[in-house]
Ligand binder design. Structure first.
Ligand SMILES: [Zn+2]
Ligand SMILES: [Zn+2]
Length: 94
């Protein structure tokens, strides 16, 4: 895999989606980022500032219930029936 150039949906800037990031996203089944790192950061901070919201670095989320702790969370992909899903905290410590 090699780095690919994407353009940010929010500010229109071109940014690099590196090979390492592509592997990271593919492994976690995240959709490719639509925003540049700067806009993603701002988006993440805005989300973290909102109380009770999962601190996912996801563009959109699908509401789901964590299989480990039962907390409601947002997933970056549509949860499949019969497949365990994890909230941000449980996912990190898996
Ligand atoms: Zn941007
Ligand atoms: Zn959890």
């Amino acid at each position: 895999m090699k780095a690919s150039e994407r353009s940010c949906e929010q500010c229109g800037d071109a940014f690099e989606f590196s090979a390492g990031e592509q592997r990271f996203y593919a492994k976690r089944e995240f959709p490719p980022p639509k925003r540049c790192p700067g806009c993603r950061d701002a988006h993440k901070k805005a989300r973290q500032a909102a109380p009770g919201e999962a601190a996912w670095d996801a563009e959109e989320g699908f509401p789901a219930t964590c299989s480990a702790c039962g907390a409601s969370t947002l997933l970056p992909f549509e949860p499949e029936t019969g497949r365990p899903v994890y909230c941000g905290d449980c996912f990190r410590y898996r």
